[in-house]
Design a protein around this ligand. Structure first.
Ligand code: KG4
Ligand code: ZN
Length: 335
């Protein structure tokens, strides 16, 4: 089953053709980051307008690269939330048009679940159940993935997302947006024990990162002569320690043997390294996607859509967007 996936939830316009949920025939990603960099973050209205300008070309390129005609596509999947409302509408409406014209099924895909599904592409042997840590610019979640269509949120952030903490601290340090990769690079040649930053103690599988950001700001005010590499490494370690410990605790507590990482922050070098090392001690396996499949892309949307359509879940032409809902929605089971 060949699915065309569309993703426009934030500042990437992406279209991908994926066969049977795991084989990527094309994955075209056009980033708007240069447009938004001067504002220090994504400007929603500009993002939506850029998506509408480029989506037609991106879809054409995805079909050309995959050497596939629109009539060969078996279904259309579009991310319909969470994300920026105006931006999400572009992919959803484009997919509706294609579905209507070709009479092939349409499905709205949850962007968070799709981040997790990216692991199925890079690890063909991977099967649920497992525990997933989803860490992106907007979300920090520990999710129990019982089956391909059965996701349960165990915990989330009470304030800033992990990626948001990286981006906000990068801004304090006057580093370019997005700050996560910049801090990660600087941290590689720093000492993670040089400065101490707090690890917020929050109950269960929940997180809190806003205090950490404030702690960095206060530290800089008091110590203007700080070493940038050491500060980046110490801050990164404070985030990574909490993410790794909570995820491993939840996996162990619930008897899971596999952990998957997902979302943009899953690119983080130290997060990958520490999760692998600490999980190994507990006999847990760790999976994460290649960097291009960690950040926003349409291959993960097509893959998630495949598992919906294959199991009889479709959306109707009244499919809407849901900017802040983090669980699946607006999908009908056609029995
Ligand atoms: O998943 P994603 O592309 O978009 C959202 O759905 O939010 O994630 C983007 C986030 C940004 O906050 C960015 O700073 C962060 O992922 N990020 C990283 C790294 N690469 C990207 N954070 C830490 N270390 C990285 N290497
Ligand atoms: Zn994302």
């Amino acid at each position: 089953m060949i699915i065309l996936g569309l993703e426009t939830s934030c500042d990437e316009t992406s279209a991908a053709v994926v066969n049977d949920g795991r084989e990527v025939l094309s994955n075209i990603i056009s980033s708007q980051v240069e447009t938004h960099v001067k504002f220090g973050g994504v400007v929603p209205e500009i993002a939506a307008r850029k998506h509408i300008e480029s989506i037609g070309f991106i879809v054409q390129e995805a079909l050309n690269t995959a050497k596939i005609k629109i009539s060969d596509i078996d279904g259309f999947a579009a991310a319909n939330g969470p994300g920026l409302a105006g931006a999400l509408l572009v992919a959803v409406n484009y997919a509706k048009g294609l579905s209507f014209a070709t009479k092939k099924p349409l499905v709205g895909v949850n962007h968070i679940e799709a981040h997790i599904t990216a692991n199925f592409i890079d690890h063909p042997e991977l099967q649920p159940p497992f525990i997933s840590l989803v860490v992106s610019g907007g979300h920090t979640l520990i999710i129990e993935v019982k089956d391909f269509n059965d996701y349960k949120i165990l915990g989330s952030t009470r304030d800033d997302a992990a990626g948001e903490a990286f981006d906000k601290v990068a801004r304090i340090l006057k580093l370019p947006y997005p700050g996560g990769p910049e801090i990660d690079k600087l941290a590689e040649s720093g000492n993670p024990e040089a400065y101490h930053f707090p690890r917020a103690k929050v109950d269960g599988a929940d997180f809190s990162f806003s205090g950490l950001k404030t702690a960095v700001q206060q530290f800089i005010n008091k110590n203007p002569e700080y070493d940038l590499n050491d500060l980046a490494a110490s801050f990164r370690q404070a985030i990574v320690d909490v993410l790794v410990n909570k995820t491993i605790t939840e996996a162990e507590k619930r008897g899971y043997t596999k952990i998957t990482l997902a979302g943009g922050v899953a690119c983080n070098i130290k997060l990958r390294k520490d999760m692998l090392e600490k999980a190994k001690i507990k006999n847990l396996s760790v999976y994460y996607p290649s960097p291009v499949l960690c950040t926003d892309n349409a291959a993960m949307i097509a893959s998630r859509g495949y598992y919906s359509i294959k199991n009889g879940y479709y959306s109707r032409l009244n499919l809407n967007v849901f900017p802040s809902r983090i669980t699946a929605f607006d999908i009908d089971k056609i029995l």
